[in-house]
Design a protein around this ligand. Structure first.
Ligand SMILES: [Zn+2]
Length: 299
């Protein structure tokens, strides 16, 4: 399972535009609202086993926290109960009795896959609203519509939709080896697949070939799609691929990529099992980990 995917909620895209339908669900005492403080979800620890799960708050509990301009979005339905996410930045103190706000990436390591996916949806959507309060066409202020899946400009009528930015992430292979690279932003010892944003007018295959050429100077012969991952930091869709290189002669760009090295499949297996520890591989919540693991276990 790839983290941030597998969301169990029914987004009810055909019904959520109906304000009456949505209000009825929101007024149901069973409605569950996930508070986000500075985009950090509220967590609770349960029992002596210290199992961590999301801490939803009921609609009734929210009466004292209203306020004009508050961002609250509909996430979806499960078993007839509606789930929402709400920005509560600045009201931290009111939630101390419920649980603890935790950074979304750190929370991902503690929660179930289903809850991690819900956090991803909530964070990406709330973040978009907080940063897109004005119309990109005329500059006037915009209002949320369609349960949070749209903003509409009252002045010019333009409609704005939540952003998802496609990015390619590819494990470059040649024969029985793969290329692991160190980005300038990585901590020491950490290596991963190459990655970059898809540019306008580019196919996934073209973006993979361009990024691989730019970052390590390799010409790609074939691109194979693997899987994708919603990555809410802030709003990417990571498109995972394998890219076969024609040669092994690396020429790193020295700007983004500061080191790159070929690793034989057996060496990668040792890194994955932890028997070899001189190189740190991507965390399990990143699609890069699944790219490396899947390739290492092939054939
Ligand atoms: Zn406008």
């Amino acid at each position: 399972m790839i983290a941030y995917s597998g969301n169990p909620l029914d987004r009810a895209g055909d019904k959520r535009g109906d304000a009456e339908w949505l209000t009825a669900l929101r007024c149901d005492p069973r409605a569950r609202i996930l508070p986000l403080c500075r985009l950090q979800p509220l967590l609770k620890e349960t029992g002596g086993e210290a199992v961590t799960e999301l801490r939803y708050v009921s609609g009734a509990d929210f009466r004292y926290l209203g306020g004009e301009g508050t961002v609250e979005v509909f996430l979806g339905l499960a078993d007839g109960i509606a789930y929402f996410a709400r920005d509560v930045s600045g009201a931290d103190d009111a939630f101390v009795k419920f649980g603890t706000f935790k950074d979304a990436r750190a929370a991902a390591a503690l929660l179930s896959y289903e809850e991690v996916a819900i956090v991803g949806q909530a964070k990406a959507l709330v973040d978009w609203h907080l940063r897109h309060k004005f119309c990109a066409q005329c500059g006037a202020s915009t209002k949320m519509a369609d349960a949070g899946y749209k903003r509409v400009c009252a002045a010019c009528g333009a409609e704005h939709f939540p952003r998802t930015d496609p990015a390619v992430i590819m494990l470059v292979t040649e024969g029985d080896s793969c290329l692991l690279a160190r980005n300038r932003r990585f901590t020491a010892g950490f290596s991963s697949a190459l990655a970059g944003f898809v540019e306008p007018g580019e196919s996934i295959e073209e973006a993979v070939a361009r990024e691989v050429m730019e970052e390590v100077g390799l010409s790609v012969a074939r691109v194979r799609y693997f899987a994708s991952q919603p990555w809410p930091f802030p709003s990417s869709l990571m498109i995972g691929c394998f890219a076969e290189s024609r040669t092994r002669e690396i020429k790193i760009d020295g700007k983004e990529i500061i080191a790159a090295e070929w690793f034989a499949r057996d060496a990668v297996k040792l890194l994955l099992s932890g028997e070899r520890r001189d190189i740190l591989l991507p965390r399990r919540d990143a699609i890069a980990y699944h790219l490396v693991k899947t390739w290492a276990e092939e054939d």
